[in-house]
Design a protein around this ligand. Structure first.
Ligand code: IMP
Length: 206
C-alpha cells in the first residue's frame, strides 16, 4: 500500500528533544518546504523508550507526538552498534552517556569494553555501524518506518568537535575524517539518518 503523503507547506512535528538530531533533521527537511516545529517547542513531553528495537522506539516517540499535537510527527531512534560488543550500545546508546549526557564518558565506556576484548588490536580498528529508524506517525495512529545504516570502524582517541554523540570515534568506510571532523553536508551525504531520510522522502513527500 502506498504511504500517505505529506504536502509541501504542511506542518510537521519533529518528535525529538536531542539538539544534535533536531539540527540534522532540520537540515535534511529544509529543501522540502515543510513547516517544521519541534516537540519541545510545542510542550510535548519525552516518552520513555521502552522498546528493544530502533523501529519500536521510533514508532513510540512519533505516535506520542502525533497524538499530543494532532499533527503528523517524524521521530528518529538511532544508535551505535559495535560488532565485538554484540551490537551494544545499540538502542541504549543515549543511556550509556548517563543522565548528564556525557558522551566523552560514553565513548570511553565503549573504548574500555573493547579493550577488555582486545578489540583495538584488530587491523583498521573495531567494526561498528550507526543505525537510524525514522518514523512518520499520523494522529489517527497510522505509522511508517524507514531504516538506514552506515558501516565503518571506531578510532581512539576521538577526533573532531562537530556532530554529536559518538561521532568523534566513528570513521565511515572509505573516509579519512570521522563524523566529528566532517562538514555537516559531508555527513548528510552518507549517514544512517540521511539514508533513512531518503527512503522517507521517496515514500511520503509528493
Ligand atoms: P535515542 O535515539 O534518543 O535513544 O538516542 C540515540 C543516541 O545514539 C544519541 O544520543 C547518540 O548518542 C547516538 N547517535 C545516534 N545517531 C548518532 C549520530 O549520527 N552520531 C553520533 N551519535 C549518534
Amino acid at each position: 500500500m502506498p504511504e500517505r503523503k505529506l504536502l509541501s507547506g504542511g506542518r510537521l512535528v519533529v518528535a525529538s528533544h536531542n539538539p544534535g538530531k533536531l539540527r540534522e533533521i532540520a537540515d535534511l527537511v529544509a529543501p522540502y518546504g515543510l513547516d517544521t516545529v519541534s516537540a519541545g517547542v510545542l510542550g510535548v513531553s519525552e516518552p520513555e523508550e521502552t522498546e528493544t528495537t530502533f523501529a519500536g522506539n521510533a514508532r513510540l516517540k512519533a505516535l506520542h507526538s502525533a497524538r499530543a499535537t494532532g499533527l503528523p510527527a517524524l521521530s528518529d531512534d538511532s544508535g551505535l552498534e559495535v560488532a565485538l560488543l554484540g551490537g551494544d550500545p545499540g538502542v541504549y546508546s543515549a543511556r550509556w552517556a548517563g543522565p548528564s549526557k556525557d558522551f566523552a564518558a560514553a565513548m570511553r565506556k565503549v573504548h574500555d569494553a573493547l579493550d577488555q576484548r582486545n578489540g583495538w588490536q584488530k587491523d583498521g580498528g573495531p567494526e561498528a555501524n550507526f543505525t537510524a529508524a525514522l518514523c512518520l506517525a499520523w494522529p489517527d495512529g497510522e505509522t511508517a518506518v524507514f531504516e538506514g545504516k552506515v558501516f565503518g570502524r571506531l578510532v581512539w582517541p576521538p577526533r573532531g568537535g562537530r556532530g554529536f554523540g559518538y561521532d568523534p570515534m566513528f570513521l565511515a568506510d572509505g573516509e579519512t575524517e570521522t563524523f566529528g571532523e566532517m562538514e555537516p553536508g559531508q555527513k548528510h551525504a552518507i549517514s544512517h539518518r540521511a539514508r533513512a531520510f531518503r527512503l522517507f522522502v521517496a515514500a511520503c513527500l509528493s
